[in-house]
Write a protein that binds this ligand. Structure first.
Ligand code: B1M
Length: 215
């Protein structure tokens, strides 16, 4: 297979052997972010489709996810970072009951490389832990990721909890993840939350929104 098809195939097959060499070769041709966006994510999309249609079993999805993570970790040091720093601080978490973190970690990378301080507290985080981190680290924004349909409900509950604790004014919220839709966030969740809620379709929209929130 040609290089980029081979790389995409490696994600689908969860094949790590030879990955670094292919990534090195790919970086001779295009920037690391482009490899992630156009090649690796396309592989993950196929994985999702195969899993969703019952053609791929969970352990293989996990292998693909691990290969994706290995690839992103390999590319990350080669990414361009801006000189500006201290643009703001965000606490980032995958919500309670949800283990998916590839998207969240991409958001972390993109924001970190573009002047934001990211406090990434990991997966399956209850709102209490998210708020503790946000208060403790004096976050400007709270970012929540979730890929399960169930997580969209958790996000709503989290916003209600934040209202109840009276911290909505203090923390604008950035939400993302495959199960969310712009309509759900901008209609339903905006109506629920006493503070600002923003929906990011991808990590770059996340960055744009952070820039908007922080100005
Ligand atoms: Co699971 N999974 N999974 N999974 N998985 C999905 C989400 C699913 C859609 C697959 C499917 O059925 N087609 C489905 C959810 C269905 C639903 O809820 N209706 C599903 C399921 C069912 C499950 C389990 C329940 C399976 C089981 O156990 N029977 C289980 C859940 C466990 C749990 O969470 N409690 C499970 C487990 C797993 C693995 C562990 C095997 C693995 C995750 C490994 C990991 O993350 N470390 C996994 C994977 C890999 C997937 C798919 C195939 C790929 C997800 C991914 O990484 N995509 C996924 C299929 C799909 O998404 N269509 C699927 C790439 C990633 C970059 O995209 O995270 O969407 P994404 O991030 C994007 C944007 O959404 C956005 O930016 C990113 C791109 O720039 N974004 C943000 C995300 N977060 C953001 C936050 C922001 C801003 C933007 O600001 C804060």
């Amino acid at each position: 297979l040609p290089l980029f098809e081979r790389l995409e195939r490696r994600i689908v097959d969860g094949e790590k052997a030879g990955l670094d060499a292919d990534l090195d070769e790919a970086m001779q041709q295009v920037p690391p972010l482009q490899i992630i966006n156009e090649t690796l994510l396309s592989g993950m999309k196929t994985v999702g489709e195969l899993f969703g249609s019952g053609q791929m079993q969970l352990p293989f999805v996990l292998q693909s996810a691990e290969t994706m993570k290995t690839a992103v970790a390999y590319l990350e040091p080669h990414m361009e970072a801006t000189d500006d720093s201290g643009k703001g601080r965000i606490v980032l978490a995958t919500v309670k009951g949800d283990v998916h973190d590839i998207g969240k970690n991409l958001v972390d990378i993109i924001l970190s490389n573009n002047g934001y301080e990211v406090v990434n507290i990991g997966i399956k985080q209850p709102i209490s832990a998210i708020l503790d981190a946000a208060v403790d680290k004096k976050a400007d924004v709270i970012g929540m990721s979730g890929l399960l349909v169930k997580s969209t409900v958790v996000m709503k509950e989290n916003l209600e909890e934040m209202n109840g604790r009276g911290v909505a004014e203090q923390f604008p919220v950035l939400l993302g993840g495959a199960a969310l839709t712009r309509a759900y966030v901008e209609n339903d969740l905006t109506a629920v939350y006493d503070g600002e809620v923003h929906y990011a379709r991808d990590a770059f929209e996340g960055l744009r929104l952070m820039d908007e929130i922080m100005t």
